[in-house]
Design a protein around this ligand. Structure first.
Ligand SMILES: Nc1nc2c(c(=O)[nH]1)N[C@H]1C(S)=C(S)[C@@H](COP(=O)(O)O)O[C@H]1N2
Ligand SMILES: [Mo]
Length: 299
């Protein structure tokens, strides 16, 4: 599938990340037999990933505090080994799946994706991960299943932010089953070819690149297949501001701010805002999932 490798790097500067990526880019380009196959208004622009520093020092992970640097400061307290994911609900093989056993079965690859937070900042992140569809296949999805519900770890001894009660922990997110099975939807376990840092959701987190960042739930311990649409954490906290779908849409503003443009992290305080793309630049790949839906109403 061409969009696995939608965009390539053009710059070869001296940072270790860039060197790593150039090597990977060659391999990926050769494997996929493509060069540039972007979508949307910014498609000609090659996706230049943010630095390791940007990606790992500027985070949202409220389990460790609400400041952007809190996750980097406090997430080292999290024990990620051993780790397991309970998969239950409408599946053929419910059970507790050990993280190591999952990894032994999965095909990990690199995906360079745009990442857009609802707060109107963005990054480009070179994830390593596997398709969520492959994990769900391991458990066997039953025919009545319509949604997937995800839960983050609840462990206040290690997650200092969980002592604050403003969120009804654990953090919960959900996807419609067809969104979960879409090949762009991945479970990330690495960044820049290294193990994913705790502050980014170790050892395993969701990444859904056409949706606002809050859908990409971190440090997952439970996945439940359901018939009912799950209520996610932000929807529960602020139903007038956050819905279930949360697809990136520059034409539908958040009630308190515009979503038309974004600030790419790492460009400095005075870097110009860039236009936000419909479905975060993945319109060609995902628009068909929402055919017939009023995108101004289902947000
Ligand atoms: N469990 C959990 N997952 C979470 C969050 C969180 O607070 N807790 N924050 C979300 C938000 S708002 C964003 S923008 C992304 C940030 O991911 P990053 O820090 O890896 O860039 O994680 C999402 N996943
Ligand atoms: Mo976010």
């Amino acid at each position: 599938m061409a969009y696995r490798w939608t965009n390539t790097l053009t710059r070869a500067d001296a940072t270790p990340e860039a060197l790593f990526l150039n090597r990977r880019q060659l391999m990926a380009g050769a494997a996929a037999g493509i060069a540039l196959a972007g979508t949307g208004a910014r498609s000609e622009e090659a996706l230049e990933p943010n630095s390791w520093e940007d990606i790992t020092q500027y985070n949202n992970f409220y389990e460790f505090g609400t400041g952007k640097s809190d996750p980097a400061s406090y997430a080292s307290a999290l024990t990620t080994e051993p780790w397991s994911i309970e998969i239950d609900g409408l599946v053929e093989r419910p059970g507790t799946y050990d993280f190591k056993d999952i990894m032994a079965e999965m095909n990990v690859e690199e995906r360079i994706y745009r990442f857009r937070c609802v707060e109107a900042w963005s990054m480009v992140i070179p994830w390593n991960g596997f398709e969520l569809a492959d994990l769900l296949a391991m458990a066997g999805v039953q025919a009545q299943a319509k949604y997937v519900r995800f839960e983050t770890l609840y462990r206040p001894e290690e997650m200092r932010g969980q002592s604050s009660r403003f969120i009804d922990w654990p953090y919960v997110e959900g996807l419609r089953l067809d969104e979960a099975l879409h090949p762009l939807t991945i479970m990330a376990t690495g960044i820049y070819g290294r193990t994913i840092p705790n502050q980014n959701g170790a050892p395993i987190r969701l990444v859904v690149p056409w949706k606002y960042g809050f859908k990409s739930i971190k440090s997952i311990v439970k996945i439940t297949l359901t018939e009912e649409e799950p209520v996610n954490t932000w929807q529960q906290l602020q139903p007038s501001e956050y819905g279930f779908y949360a697809n990136v849409n520059p034409e539908v503003d958040h009630p308190r701010w515009s979503q038309a443009t974004e600030r790419k992290i790492g460009g400095g305080l005075f870097s110009p805002r860039i236009p936000t793309l419909m479905f975060n630049g993945y319109e060609e790949e995902v628009a068909s999932l929402y055919e017939g839906m009023d995108l101004t109403r289902f947000y």
